[in-house]
Design a protein around this ligand. Structure first.
Ligand SMILES: Cc1ncc(COP(=O)(O)O)c(C=O)c1O
Length: 375
């Protein structure tokens, strides 16, 4: 059965974060990374079934969840991991915050930017320090700048934190880039945190996502890789993520940071993520077809402003020439709720979430076209 990506579903009664922000105003939301597509029935059905049972008590994580994840990772990325490497979490963001807490008190992080904004708060949350290293924009492609990384590293730097696929630029780091990064990690005796939550959303047919710990096994022992099904299946409210940590000592330190502060996912989250990791249907391929069509529509309007996008449903648009004092206000005045690039550590850009049914996207693009004309 083909999946439906063309229906506009009213989210006004669902306390949707994306839509509530502009409730009562004629502003269409294309900001937070949440798709305006219904989650598939093969996830909703087992949730309904579970709710037939009236008890929602404390729940053990089913062993079948780890099995589903391991087989998903092996199937899609040919990475075989033993169960003991896995640490289940209520989200990737708690996971990256736990990862930095494995470090000693005077440690410093290196973070290539722009990046998903919670990365920018990691050091401060843990009482540490960070150095932000801008990605290099060359011919519309954002790349890690290894020379700048080498200049930024010092004896206090203990960890590099990346997102791959990259949010907000939509890059998927190539094997060559991952090898260069791995060599850097090893040379400076660092730990690498790799957030791979968008790994199933590769839109460019010429590109393949490579989990760094498996693509460059020499540094696997230095890695904390994070995965979740929540982006791909549009179930971010059912927070559930998993850290893959091959090194036993690092894993122990990681688990130690949990300190009764980070709860376990609940039964509904387990059920939804297990159904997602077990999915081998046409959901992801069909979603990708829709996202590619949407991307082509967006390109018609945003054209030269768009960075080269390989993955995710988040486009990164260059608006530097508009010289806006109030970026959010400008787009809102044209009826659009976008994410301001400053939030990701890069002014003069906006992020546009194009995971919307075609008719809704068309309305947004009409508004975007006018907003980008501004002088
Ligand atoms: C790169 C990246 N990491 C993590 C998250 C959020 O993860 P979680 O909801 O599991 O904390 C997002 C959400 O947009 C993201 O884009």
């Amino acid at each position: 059965m083909p999946y439906r990506f063309d229906q506009i579903i009213d989210r006004s009664q669902s306390h949707s974060t994306k839509w509530e922000k502009y409730a009562g105003r004629d502003i269409l939301p294309f900001w937070v990374a949440d798709m305006d597509f219904a989650a598939p029935e093969f996830i909703l059905e087992p949730l309904r079934e579970r709710l037939e049972h009236p008890m929602l008590g404390y729940t053990e994580r089913p062993a079948s969840l780890s099995e589903a994840f391991r087989s998903w990772l092996a199937h899609h990325f040919r990475w075989q991991v033993p169960t003991e490497w896995l640490v289940w979490l209520p989200g990737v963001v708690p996971g990256i915050n736990m990862a930095v807490r494995t470090l000693a008190a005077d440690s410093r992080l290196l973070i290539p930017t722009p990046i998903y904004y919670p990365f920018l708060g990691l050091a401060e949350n843990a009482g540490l320090d960070h150095r932000l290293v801008p990605l290099q924009l060359s011919d519309g492609v954002w790349k890690m700048d290894m020379d700048a990384m080498a200049q930024a590293v010092d004896a206090r730097v203990r960890m590099v934190c990346i997102a791959n696929p990259q949010n907000p630029t939509g890059r998927v780091y190539s094997l060559k880039e991952l090898e260069a990064l791995a060599e850097f990690i090893e040379r400076h005796d660092l730990i690498l945190v790799s957030d791979e939550i968008h790994c199933s959303l590769v839109l460019d047919p010429k590109v393949q996502h490579l989990p760094i710990a498996s693509a460059v096994p020499d540094i696997a022992e230095r890695t904390i890789s994070l995965f979740a099904a929540t982006k791909t299946y549009n179930i971010p409210a059912l927070g559930c993520a998993v850290a893959v940590i091959p090194n036993a000592e690092l894993r122990k330190r990681f688990i130690g940071t949990r300190a009764d502060l980070v709860a376990s996912p609940g039964p509904l989250a387990y059920i939804a993520s297990e159904a997602a990791f077990n999915d081998r249907s046409s959901w992801v391929p069909e979603l990708i077809v829709q996202l590619r069509k949407n991307l082509a529509e967006l390109r018609q309007v945003a054209g030269h402003r768009m960075s080269h996008l390989e993955a995710t449903y988040l486009a990164w648009l260059d608006i530097r020439d508009l010289q806006l004092n109030d970026v959010s206000g400008h787009f809102e005045s044209h009826g659009l709720g976008l994410s301001n690039g400053a939030q990701f550590g890069c002014e003069g850009f906006v992020r546009f979430n194009f995971a919307a049914p075609p008719d809704l996207l068309a309305q947004g693009l009409e508004r975007l076209s006018r907003a980008l004309e501004k002088k």
